[in-house]
Design a protein around this ligand. Structure first.
Ligand code: CTP
Length: 400
């Protein structure tokens, strides 16, 4: 997503400036051209050389630097930028931007750019909560600036409160989301389900399955990066909720069904990557079942098949987790569940399926087209699935 993009990273004078080194490094590793612009006070906290070393690019510290490769610094930076990120942003830079003051290279660049701007504030809690700062932030938001954070936590002063720079992963997520606007899924609403549902036996135990949720989360992030409005209906997982995605947490198949029915009322597509339990205990014991009997019989009843039950005009993508006769079983499911596309994966392979970061899948559509993909990272598999969804979507109207 950030590959080959030019990102101007503005650093202002906050102790959190050191964290921006990691941000610059991550963006560079992901293939972005990162042009760092530092205000005078930012240079009191971190040396420009640090950013220069990490980005392998010149760092801009002055408005008119005759030795620089940029002609008139702020104008050429502003024109080349696909995105401007100010992290950390002090109360001072926020005030200057809100007032349209252009007395340093960073303010000038922001004023001169047509690229989207992300602001990640970092400051003392009282400064952040001050009415003036809040008004300035509101004014910038009205003008289309994107904000991420600040977070609650321990501040430089030793006090606790809201004012910490957002986590780098959160800033990265926001960057992906903002750059993704205008992608081939812009204006589309996608619902993705993920993870294995849990059916409670008693207050301490449940019936679960081995789904890690990784494929569904990768799909939600990939759809976000292509501009979609994404609802992720997630069974319990160990994964971090993606930024810029509406996450609805559920536990059981029945809860997942209800959440999906609600989320799909206005959806363009549903991708069911979740592994909902097919059976649940007929009754959940109110207190913990004690041991002492030699055997214990649990009576299970069938849960609803969410995909088969759903009504509505949207693209339906299902998964087929198979341990034998992959394509044959997947085709049967495609038909039985009236799907537009089915993603078949062999769960017996260790490099694909449950818990793995890679997957090897076969995509089968309604017209009988079969595409066997090689072993790929789940993020790449997600994009291949979305390519098919994009192909299928023109048949349906965009929501907006
Ligand atoms: N699915 C669903 N509701 C369920 C069970 C599964 O909507 N109660 C969805 C899954 O999310 C997946 C597809 O149906 O997209 C196929 O799931 P899978 O477990 O492979 O198939 P089942 O229909 O459960 O059939 P079986 O377990 O017998 O293979």
């Amino acid at each position: 997503m950030v590959r080959d993009k030019t990102i101007v990273l503005g650093i202002t004078g906050s102790i959190a400036a050191y964290k921006a080194v990691e941000l610059a490094s991550k963006l560079t590793q992901d293939g972005a051209r990162v042009d760092v612009v530092m205000t005078g006070s930012a240079q009191e906290f971190v040396f420009p050389l640090t950013f220069r070393s990490v980005t392998q690019r010149p760092v801009v510290t002055e408005m008119f630097d005759l030795a620089s490769e940029f002609s008139i610094e702020h104008v050429s930076l502003a024109e080349q930028a696909d995105l401007v990120v100010i992290a950390p942003a002090t109360a001072n830079i926020i005030a200057k931007l809100a007032a349209g003051i252009a007395d340093d290279i960073l303010c000038c660049t922001v004023l001169a750019t047509k690229a989207p701007v992300i602001v990640a504030p970092a400051m003392n809690v009282n400064m952040y909560e001050n009415q003036v700062t809040q008004e300035n932030i509101a004014r910038l938001k009205e003008r289309g600036f994107n904000f991420v954070g600040p977070a609650y936590g321990r501040l430089a002063s030793g006090a606790w409160g809201v004012g910490r720079l957002a986590e780098i992963d959160e800033i990265m997520g926001t960057i992906h989301q903002v750059l993704g606007r205008g992608g081939d899924l812009a204006g589309r609403r996608l619902v993705v389900s993920a993870g294995g549902t849990q059916e409670p036996i008693d207050p301490a135990r449940h019936i679960g399955n081995r789904s890690s949720g990784k494929m569904g989360y990768a799909l939600a992030e990939a759809a976000r990066d292509r501009g979609a409005e994404v609802v992720l209906v997630s069974a319990p997982t160990a994964l971090v909720p993606p930024i810029g995605v509406e996450v609805v947490q559920v536990q059981t198949t029945l809860q997942m069904r209800d959440a999906i029915v609600k989320a799909t009322t206005q959806a363009n597509a549903l991708i069911m990557a979740a592994a909902p339990a097919d059976y649940r205990p007929r009754a959940t014991a109110e207190t913990k079942i004690k041991k002492g009997t030699e055997s214990l019989t649990l009576e299970l009843v069938e849960t609803p098949d969410i995909l088969s039950e759903l009504k509505g005009d949207f693209i339906r993508v299902g998964f087929a987790a198979e341990s034998e006769n992959l394509v044959e079983n997947a085709r049967e499911k495609l038909k039985r569940k009236k799907l537009d596309l089915i993603v078949a994966n062999d769960i017996t392979a260790t490099d694909s399926g449950f818990g793995a970061d890679t997957n090897r899948v076969v995509l089968i559509d309604r017209s009988g087209n079969v595409a066997s993909l090689p072993l790929l990272p789940k993020s790449e598999v997600a994009h291949r699935i979305l390519d098919k969804v994009v192909e299928l979507l023109p048949r349906r109207k965009a929501r907006k």
